[in-house]
Structures are given as structure tokens and as C-alpha cells.
Design a protein around this ligand. Sequence first.
Ligand code: AMP
Ligand code: ZN
Length: 462
Amino acid sequence: MEFVPLDPNHKKVGMYTCGPTVYNFAHIGNLRTYVFEDILKRTLMYYGYELTHVMNITDVGHLTDDADSGEDKMEKGAKREGQTVWQLAEKYTIAFQNDMAALNILPPTIWCKATDHISQQIALVQELEKKGFTYRLEDGIYFDTSKFPKYAEFAQLDVENIKAGARVEMVEGKRNPTDFALWKFSPKTGGKRQMEWDSPWGIGFPGWHIECSAMSMQYLGRQFDIHCGGIDHVPVHHTNEIAQVEAVTSQRWVNFWLHGEFLVVQKKGESDINRMGKSEGNFLTLQVLMQHKFHPLAYRYFLLNAHYRKQLVYSEDAMQSAQNGYRNLQQKIAELKKTAGDQPKAELVSSYHEQFLKEIYDDLNMPKAVAILWTMLDDKTLSPAQKLALIAEWDRILGLELGKISLESTEEIPAHVQALAAERQNARKAKNWAQADVLRKQINEQGYDVLDSKEGFKIKRL
Ligand code: AMP
Ligand code: ZN
């Protein structure tokens, strides 16, 4: 389907991507989704659109299951770490932003925290209430999905067959199994919650889905172009987001939905493939990947070799071959730079450039785009300067920092040390001095040191 922005001048594009719940580190499965969204975003910007990208930070605790019951993830995380929920949110927000920077994911135009937008969420629930879409149960205010006839359309849900207990466990009194909480009351027993707010219905906290509806409308309007997330968001989270908004506005909310497929894991010797997930207990963080001596951008390169709508199997072997591929790419580019010397910047070779853009603009066909990059590098009819010009241009979309490569950086400094230094640089930018010190220590332990300079930093052997 051809992408056409809502803006009558076809210039401005609004995009909302569901952000992380900051109760723990993101895992590399989550990060796959954010890399896919970054490629989409870079592609739209490359095309020339003025993009406004909004990403939320979910710092209000969701309940640990989809049934609007169970333990609060944030409160549980705070207990685990002996911190307040607010400290926990701050810690993992910074960690997430560091992961993004290490993967060269561009920050959104607007970050918005759920806890900074409680009044907007309450106002949206009030609108729903006025229009008769809500009902009250002992533990909260619920959305009556039977009042919104299009509810099943988006995810093609077979509502008739969704039995209580099959999709989500039934909260007592729920009118339909697909109904969901808009506002939850603070429990009367079990101690005071750290995060709770007054509301027209009583003290409590917003439901799982309302923040994305309320904040996206605040920053992008009641209709906007693109909304993204992982594939698991289709049947519940995004279906509910749509219901909350369209019940109020009575018009189409988002024009284009894009969902990234899962990063999956296959255990050695087993045929089962499982989603990488926190509850599955099979996840890796980016930090752990780096401890295994993988460069974050080698992980980005690994991701680019699969289409975003296809599952991708993670294994250490596959990751190692991606890292080898990325190293070869760096090596080739470093050699090209050496040969090209001071030659002036060449024009883009249009045959290759057009092929590359054709693949990118065709639903982000990254594996094909990467294949074109390799074919171009091996083409003996192109001069080093022509190759370097194409690489610099394409890297605006690929985001592999291919323009910054020098022989010095690729030959001498191990990838994981470079990654630690980049992470330290990000921590410094965020004025997180304590973390910067920890990272310098880790770099020292590897036998290297970093020297800070106006242009950035240099790594040298101790
Ligand atoms: P969460 O913090 O659980 O809301 O997840 C953050 C984002 O990561 C969401 O867009 C999820 O759909 C996505 N996600 C979760 N698990 C995976 C996975 N294994 N592979 C790719 N994306 C995932
Ligand atoms: Zn969302």
C-alpha cells in the first residue's frame, strides 16, 4: 500500500511508537522493535518528510498479567531493588536511552512519560464515560467493548469464540471477556501504593492502554499517520487503544499501522521456537551481549539482515557471523578510505542508488538493501570515492556508523571496547557521571583507556 501523509501538503508526518515499561532493562527482543522503528523513521526523513515522532515511557506500573489483576510491575521491581518506584523508573529510563544510543537509534522528537499525563488520561476516560462506553466495577472503571461494534475488526478477533479465561482471565463482573480497565482503584488492603492519583471515580491509577491513546492525541492530534509496536500489541494493546480513541472521535484514528515481528530463540537440540521475553526467562540484555564481546552495531547489522515482518531466530552463532560480517564491512570501508585518500567527494552512482532506494521504499526491505551494499562494494567498475559516497548516503538510513570508520578504529581496538567507550560517551552526555566511571573501569580492565576530546573520544592501549 502506498504511503500518503494526511497533511494536505504531503510534508508533515506524525508517528507514535509504544515505548518501554521502565521496571527493568529492555531485552534485545524489545530492541529489535525499536531498531525497526528507527529504520522506518530514518526512511521517512530521508524521503524528505518533516517527521514528528512521539514515544512514551510507561512509568506507571502495569499489572503483571493481561487480566487487569495481579501484581504491579513497577512496585514489584522497586521492592526487588530496594528503591522507590520513581527511582526505578529514572534508572531504567536512562538505561533504555543508553541502549538506544548504543544502537544508534535516533531519539524521538517528543518523549512523554505516563506519570506526567495523568490529567489527560482522566479526561479521556471522562469523555468515554459521557458517551456511555464505561461501567464501574468494585476494582475500577471498565470499557464495554460490546458498545464499540468495530472492536474486533483491527485484529480480526473472533469475539464469539473468545471465552472467558481463554484470552484474559475474567475479572468478576466484567460484561465481556474483551472488556478492559480504564482506571483502577488502589487496593483497600496490602498497603498504600507509591503511585496513585485522585480521580472523579476515586484514588487509583490509569489502566494499561489509556496512556498511549491520550498522549498520542495530545501531541499528534485526533488523527495521525503512523503507529508502531511489536506484533504482540495487535490483539490487545492496539485494539484497545483504537477503541478508546475512535469511540470518542467517531472517525479513523491512525492511517498506517506497522508491527515488528518477534526475535525468537531456539534452544540447542530442540525444535521449539519461543519468543524472547521477560516472562519466558530466555532473554538477553544489550549489556550482556556486550559482555559476550558483541558490538551493539553488530547487533543492529544482525537485525538488518531480516525483514521486520519475519521472525528472526537469535543464537550466539548467528550473532557471531553477523559480527564477522559487520567487521568485514568496516574493514572494506577502512581500506576504501585509505585508497581514496583526499580524493574529492564523488557523485552518487544512480544505478545503485536507485536500486537501494527501491528496496528501502518497498516496505523497508532491509535484507535486500544490505545485499545491494555488498554487491556495490565488490563492483570493480566503481572507484573508491564513488563507493564511499554511496556508503555515506545509505548509512543515513542503515545507521551503522559506516561513515565514521577509520583503519585505526577497526584494526586495533576490539569491538566490545569500542562499544563500552560509546556507552560511556552516552552516559557522559546524560551527565550520568557515576555510570561513566563504572564504564571507564570496565574499559581499563580490558587493557584500554579513553581520552576525552572536543570531537568526542579516543581509545588507546594502557
Ligand atoms: P514491553 O516493554 O513489553 O511493552 O515491550 C516493548 C516493545 O518490544 C513492544 O513493542 C513489544 O511488542 C516488543 N517486543 C516484546 N518482545 C519482543 C520480541 N521477542 N521481539 C521483538 N519485539 C518484542
Ligand atoms: Zn502503546
